[in-house]
Design a protein. Structure first.
Length: 233
């Protein structure tokens, strides 16, 4: 997807973005949270009775007198991702969980272009059969973007690059099966598909969600994960 130019504020600019949330403000307006490529998570007032749905891809115009002001959004719907999955509870839960995490974790007006591209790549592939693997990988990328990346390059207790099986909950570093076996009750299972191209079982997916969920809730959010994420298990 080609992204517009919205790098200078407070000039009137346009961009394309993903709607993360909408909070009511008065009778006829909402504060909209968007994910943009060049400006990261951006907030603005949208003066409509009915806000855009979470997970909608929009063309947006932003305008304000000063850069530090909240400003106003003028939105035009491009692609409502959520409508595509109204009859698919798990895919819709993936979309809702992703939007909630991005809205909660990303600082305002700090660009994460690689993460933005990965988010839209995931949305384009959400209809694929391996969407849950892609979702877990996206949470791994989100952790890395905000400074809590997992280190799966080699074993933390010997440098072994093969047969990685665990992650330390304290350091986020991988541990091999041999080195981690005596401490397996204190370590988190590391599914192979996270660090090496490999098929994933349902158990692998659940272990992947527990792994990323632990680091998201313990170090990044410091509060419970979005309720909708529980529907992914």
């Amino acid at each position: 997807m080609q992204i517009g130019d919205w790098t200078l504020m407070p000039d009137f600019k346009t961009d394309k973005a993903l709607v993360l949330s909408a909070r009511k403000l008065g009778e006829r307006s909402y504060i909209i949270s968007l994910l943009t490529r060049e400006n990261g998570r951006a907030l603005g007032v949208h003066q409509k009775k009915i806000p855009p749905e979470m997970g909608t891809f929009v063309a947006v115009r932003w305008q304000a007198r000063l850069a530090e002001q909240l400003g106003s959004f003028y939105l035009e719907e491009v692609c409502p991702f959520s409508i595509r999955f109204l009859d698919d509870r798990k895919r819709l839960a993936c979309l809702a969980s992703l939007c909630a995490l991005l809205d909660d974790l990303l600082p305002e007006r700090q660009a994460f272009p690689e993460l933005y591209d990965e988010v839209f790549s995931f949305l384009d592939r959400l209809e694929q059969i391996d969407f849950m693997e892609l979702y877990v990988q996206l949470e791994v990328s989100l952790l890395g973007a905000i400074g809590f990346g997992l280190d799966t390059s080699c074993c933390a207790r010997g440098g072994d690059r093969n047969n990685l099986a665990y992650i330390s909950p304290k350091t986020g570093r991988a541990v091999s099966l041999e080195k981690g076996r005596p401490y397996h009750n204190k370590l988190l299972p590391l599914p192979r598909f996270i660090w090496q191209k490999a098929p994933a079982t349902d158990t692998d997916i659940r272990n992947g969600l527990r792994l990323t969920g632990f680091f998201l809730s313990t170090y990044a959010l410091r509060h419970p994960l979005p309720k909708v994420r529980e529907q992914l298990f």
